[in-house]
Design a protein around this ligand. Structure first.
Ligand SMILES: *Cc1c(COP(=O)(O)O)cnc(C)c1O
Length: 339
């Protein structure tokens, strides 16, 4: 899954790193076409399919696989297929097994399947569904049962699992899996760390201290003056804020590494700056390295949890203004740092 600019990691660079993948999935048609040009071999899946009548012809031309989730799409496909003959495409037929966003359910699944199978432009139908709570208490059992019931007797490969299902429910692996967050080193589970799952961070967000302030008891820091120093303390001013993608709602004490050591944020995150408590880091000074998340033992998941969100959102929010440095893979297993 390289949708949403590869979860904020950059589509092209991520696909280069994932050159061995069996296929790629995106949201935008333009991205699908770009991927197809660069990677003629692998299937490219368009996760929400198409929305305009002129789009199926482009999918046929570029051999892109749409997800079909509505009768409107089937109608558009029928028209385009005739015009594009003898071209044909693969499609994924989306079954709504309980997420209730996209897809067919019940009787409508078989009807959609037969309508698609009758089109000369449809070469192969893969049956898919998406789990709403593979990481949570509900798990996948009810949705899996509903899916199996709805597709009973229909021929085709199956694609079911996101990261959480893939890691937690081996029975969902089926023919195609759709890992997303785990590729980027994020944990899909609130209660299990990426490290515990053997996932390495891909994005490392770091910056520097650009100022250091000494506060006396009663002094305040940042907008709204919400943080009040209880004792004499040093705070560092970090060159990163919500304009870089750091979550504005991160509360006091959200973990940050300064000089590789843990510190906590103080006061409100501003557009391009935030403050950290340097009490435990006497060596910190202007220019000291600050890690917002990534390598060094500070997982994006942990920062996300402190800010009331998930690593998906932190990654996707990474702003364009942030300079990206691509690191290579370690030369040998066990040596060096992954990029
Ligand atoms: C995003 C997405 C996934 C991947 O989900 P992760 O939780 O990131 O692994 C899988 N399937 C569909 C349909 C998706 O939209």
């Amino acid at each position: 899954m390289v949708k949403a600019n590869a979860y904020g990691h950059g589509l092209e660079r991520s696909v280069r790193a994932l050159a061995a993948a069996d296929g790629y999935a995106v949201l935008e048609l333009a991205d699908a076409i770009r991927l197809r040009m660069a990677h003629p071999r692998q299937p490219v899946l368009l996760l929400e399919g198409f929305f305009r009548s002129e789009e199926p012809a482009l999918l046929l031309e570029h051999s892109i696989t749409p997800v079909i989730h509505s009768p409107e799409q089937i109608r558009m496909l029928v028209g385009a297929g005739r015009a594009a003959a003898p071209r044909s495409m693969e499609v994924y037929l989306k079954v709504n097994s309980g997420m209730n966003r996209l897809g067919f359910s019940g009787e409508a699944v078989g009807a959609a399947y037969r309508a698609l199978a009758a089109q000369a432009c449809v070469r192969r139908i893969t049956l898919m569904t998406h789990f709403a709570d593979a990481d949570g208490a509900a798990g996948v059992a009810a949705q899996l049962a509903r899916f199996e019931g709805d597709v009973a007797g229909l021929a085709g490969l199956r694609s079911l699992a996101n990261s959480a299902a893939l890691l937690r429910f081996a029975q969902t692996r089926a023919d195609w899996v759709r890992p997303g967050i785990m590729l980027y080193g994020g944990s899909p589970f609130a209660g299990r760390s990426a490290q515990e799952l053997g996932l390495r961070p891909v994005m490392h967000l770091s910056t520097e201290l650009i100022a250091v302030q000494s506060l006396a008891p009663g002094d305040r820091a940042g907008y709204g003056q919400s943080y009040v120093a209880a004792r004499p303390m040093r705070i560092g001013i970090v060159a990163c804020g919500y304009a870089d993608g750091y979550p504005r709602h991160a509360p006091n004490g959200t973990p940050v590494l300064v000089c590789g050591k843990r510190a906590g944020t103080v006061g409100r995150v501003s557009m391009d700056m935030m403050c950290v408590d340097l009490s435990a880091i006497p060596e910190a000074r202007i220019g000291s390295e600050v890690t917002l998340w990534g390598e060094g033992g500070l997982a994006a998941d942990e920062v996300a949890a402190a800010a009331g969100t998930v690593s998906y959102e932190l990654f996707c929010a990474l702003a364009e203004r942030v300079t990206v440095i691509e690191k290579g893979e370690p030369a040998a297993p066990g040596g060096g740092q992954g990029g």
